[in-house]
Design a protein around this ligand. Structure first.
Ligand code: CTP
Length: 404
């Protein structure tokens, strides 16, 4: 379930391209996200994929015929009630018809009755997308406020390579989230999120780091984006897929995360400091791999020095410029979580702190769930129930929205 899409009515238009098979996956992903999906196929789409395939994943009849006598002005109902319409794949022919306001099948008829945003994912081969006729039609539709996703570059069905592939369903889903959340509680806000660990090298092959996977931070970036924010994610090394439509700055060391974060928050409204920053780094870096025969020279011990405290620098900048307006920090603790967390809130000049007992069951590193206590600078305490990191992120965003 995806909060921003749950109970949304999505009309998915499918037109005649081999990329139709990807539309089935998209319909499935949207349904799993909690949306009610009504699929309309054109006659040519039907030659590539059967309505039954869509019915099977959406649980609702897929529509083809505009002369169906069993329903009354179906296109008007679909168009008026939809929260979003997506045409994926959209052929050059359908794009041309839409640009000219034609209404000769159920899909184009419905598009003319729409009261909601329309997203088009073009798919076409052999240079048809870059043809001046298609480009002119796309320009007309953009001018009318239609959203576009792709087409992507790559290999096409003909074997040719070029711009014409339909964007992948996962990416389209991200774009759909962006449109669905555009008027959310963070509309107009620029949010910077830090996530993941940092890494401090001993030599070119070894480093010190921590167990952070970046999951909670990436979930926060996604929740902020779903709430309509412009998001910059400062990401330490991690394997998480990034949300669609956000800016990502990849960093490795604490120094790099420090510089990227201080720069990013200069014009930002909110900072969500979820990264597990390395507090120490080896006091010397060996340019070559340290050989075990030379280990004695190192005294068999790693000398460490302190790294910068990023929130300290953010506080100094904020005292001078006022930005960011809201700063949320995390406290990862293994004992006395509440007390240590409250001290960090004060010491780091935060507006709110999310305290994590990383040793608690179902919380902390390398798990999908988390249990967090929020303390605000005015003393308000909110104990969030054990839930998925996604749900924790959504609750934090809602909590901040109330503070704003
Ligand atoms: N943090 C930071 N810069 C650091 C270390 C931590 O900005 N060099 C941020 C973290 O991203 C988090 C908050 O400070 O939002 C608290 O981090 P935590 O690791 O819990 O605390 P520390 O500051 O490292 O303090 P302690 O060693 O006492 O736990």
């Amino acid at each position: 379930m995806i909060q921003v899409l749950s109970d949304k009515k999505v009309v998915l238009g499918v037109t005649g391209s081999i990329a139709c098979y990807k539309a089935v996956d998209l319909a499935s992903k949207l349904t799993q996200a909690g949306a009610q999906v009504d699929v309309i196929l054109t006659e040519s789409a039907r030659r590539f994929v059967s309505p039954l395939a869509f019915r099977s994943v959406t649980g609702r009849p897929a529509l083809v015929d505009m002369w169906d006598e069993s329903t009354h002005v179906q296109h008007v109902n679909l168009g008026e009630e939809a929260d979003l319409m997506v045409i994926a794949p959209a052929t050059a022919n359908t794009i041309a018809r839409l640009a000219n306001g034609m209404a000769d099948n159920l899909l184009t008829l419905t598009t003319l009755s729409l009261r909601c945003p329309l997203l088009i994912a073009p798919a076409m081969d052999g240079g048809m997308y870059t043809h001046p006729a298609t480009q002119a039609n796309v320009a007309v539709l953009r001018e009318r406020g239609v959203w576009f996703a792709g087409p992507a570059e790559g290999r096409m069905a003909s074997g040719l390579s070029g711009q014409g592939r339909m964007v992948e369903p996962a990416e389209l889903l991200g774009k759909i989230r962006q449109i669905a959340g555009r008027n959310g509680v963070f509309k107009g806000q620029h949010v910077v999120v830090t996530a993941g660990p940092t890494r401090e090298a001993l030599d070119p092959v070894r480093f010190i780091t921590n167990r952070s996977t970046g999951k909670q931070g990436v979930a926060l970036a996604q929740a902020a984006a779903d709430a309509g924010a412009t998001v910059t994610l400062v990401a330490g090394p991690m394997r998480q897929p990034f949300p669609v439509g956000i800016e990502v700055v990849n960093v490795l060391t604490t120094q790099e995360m420090h510089d990227a974060t201080v720069e990013a928050v200069r014009k930002a409204d909110i900072l969500l400091m979820a990264a597990a920053v390395s507090d120490f780094r080896p006091s010397k870096f060996n340019n070559q791999k340290i050989k075990k025969t030379k280990a004695e020279e190192w005294g068999m011990a790693i000398g460490l020095e302190r790294t910068l405290d990023i929130l300290e620098s953010v506080k100094a900048q904020r005292d001078a410029t006022g930005r960011p307006f809201i700063v949320l920090g995390f406290a990862a603790e293994t004992q006395n979580a509440f007390e240590y967390g409250r001290n960090k809130l004060i010491r780091k000049g935060l507006d709110i702190i999310a305290i994590n007992d990383v040793t608690a069951e179902g919380a902390g590193f390398e798990v999908d769930t988390n249990r967090v206590i929020l303390i605000s600078s005015d003393g308000e305490v909110a104990r969030l129930p054990l839930s998925t990191k996604t749900a924790v992120a959504e609750q934090i965003v809602n909590h901040l929205a109330k503070m704003m």
